[in-house]
Design a protein around this ligand. Structure first.
Ligand SMILES: Nc1ncnc2c1ncn2[C@@H]1O[C@H](COP(=O)(O)OP(=O)(O)OP(=O)(O)O)[C@@H](O)[C@H]1O
Length: 266
């Protein structure tokens, strides 16, 4: 499938969002939002609580209806795509929702096999083999395959949910606050895992996060959302120079200084 090139010819765009409007009833949460996601980058999406980060993610992957605007994925306008094209695109992305959202009545292995059952006609033995590989890929022990979500730690749940998101060998993964609820060591390990997967699998990562450490260590670029629009996008070095009050507070405030960065940019 043709890849649409954006303004910057050095970077292939895998996602191109233009003039996106998403709302509930009369209230528009996202109001004229543009975004480019480049192939192979880890893009961190930040913004005040309630800014619409999760709503944007859900609209991009088609789980929430748009009031207006376009979303192109791999150069294909999702509104103009046939059912078969849409399905083919959906197979090329994996999603890790907040809290992991594993099926509690299924084991880790069965959770990972779920997308394979929906989208492929792999044999049971092949699905088991792929699930085993994904479990290994995300750093879980083989024994975790037979455990139920209630038997897992918070970090294991995130890894199992990531394994499920990777089940169909996607090109893009969408992560909604993947390190929320993890202790700093667990969060750091998860960031490193994402970076390794990006390097080894060439994944493009769209990550909603509040985690300043993740933004600093893992993200190539950061998109800041505020008031339903894209406030700024760029590497951390540009974010810390932005003079919007929320950006100043977030990237140069007390929390940022406590995390050991931003102080020099004030
Ligand atoms: N299904 C829904 N119906 C009505 N309003 C909704 C719905 N989903 C989200 N909203 C509203 O949309 C706004 C944006 O929500 P969203 O979850 O995207 O925020 P967020 O930026 O991800 O916030 P947080 O950082 O706190 O997770 C909020 O005001 C929320 O109440």
């Amino acid at each position: 499938m043709a890849i649409q090139l954006g303004d910057d010819p050095d970077h292939e765009l895998v996602i191109k969002v233009r003039d996106l409007v998403v709302g509930f009833g009369d209230r528009d949460v996202i109001d004229g939002f543009d975004l480019d996601v480049r192939r192979g980058e880890i893009l961190g999406v930040v913004g005040p609580s309630g800014a619409g980060k999760s709503v944007t993610l859900r609209a991009v992957i088609g789980l929430l209806p748009k009031k207006a605007g376009t979303v192109e994925v791999f150069g294909l306008d999702m509104d103009r795509a046939t059912d078969a094209e849409r399905l083919a695109i959906e197979r090329r992305w994996g999603v890790l929702f907040q809290q992991g959202a594993l099926f509690s009545s299924l084991t880790v292995k069965q959770n990972i096999e779920m997308p394979m059952r929906e989208h492929t006609d792999l044999s049971a033995r092949m699905m088991d083999e792929v699930a085993r590989l994904k479990i290994d890929l995300v750093g879980l022990k083989p024994e975790a395959a037979e455990l139920y979500p209630a038997e897992l730690s918070g970090g294991m749940i995130k890894r199992a949910a990531l394994a499920r998101a990777l089940a169909l060998d996607p090109d893009i993964v969408f992560l909604d606050e993947p390190t929320a609820g993890l202790d700093p060591i667990g969060a750091n390990a998860f960031d490193r895992l994402i970076m390794t997967l990006k390097e080894t699998l060439g994944l493009t990562v769209y990550m909603v996060t509040h985690d300043l450490d993740s933004l600093t260590t893992a993200c190539d670029r950061i998109a800041a959302l505020k008031g339903g629009k894209l406030l700024a996008i760029g590497p951390m070095s540009e974010m810390v120079k932005n003079d919007d009050p929320w950006m100043k507070d977030y990237f140069r405030g007390e929390r940022a200084r406590a995390a050991g960065f931003g102080a020099n940019a004030a």
